[in-house]
Design a protein around this ligand. Sequence first.
Ligand code: PNS
Length: 181
Amino acid sequence: MDAMSADADSRPTDHQTAPPAAPSPVRAVVPGSFDPITRGHLDIIVRAASIFSEVIVAVGQNTTKNYLFDSDERLDLVTSAVAGVAGVRVERMRGLLTDFCAAHGVAVIVKGVRFGSDFDYELQMSQLNHALSGIETMLLPAGHEYGTISSTMLREVAHNGGDISPFVTPEVNAAVLAKLG
Ligand code: PNS
């Protein structure tokens, strides 16, 4: 028998080839303050939903921040922004993110990173969350068109009469204009 026919003999026939195992469903969380939600946040949420079977967007509180929108308003704006994105739902988050993950069966935290200072901050948070509960964090690089957007900067632009409509949904733009009157 020559080398080629020996190879052919060792190949599995169709009935011996096992079907690929179905990937197990994995629920992920995209947490944030979302004050307000931007197109950069939405990009991360949509990309997370293309990777994981289910994504919960957790609208939380960072106790070191002052918010323009209260938690009900932020929740409503996030809910309207993600309406129609398959596999995504929105929840309010109180207390620790790791407790939220345990209570909701979340296996992975997904965060977006735009630049080095984001990375330094997210690295610290991911290591702390891992130390608290063993949960893993996946960092997604921000889409190149969203690298300079932050809620903080958009609030500053809007406060000073600038147009933030390219960076947020029409509902968010209207809510910001109404809030700043
Ligand atoms: O959009 P933000 O402000 O970066 O979101 C921060 C948020 C809300 C995700 C973070 O502050 C958080 O996880 N808060 C819940 C409380 C908590 O678990 N803090 C410890 C994180 S190391």
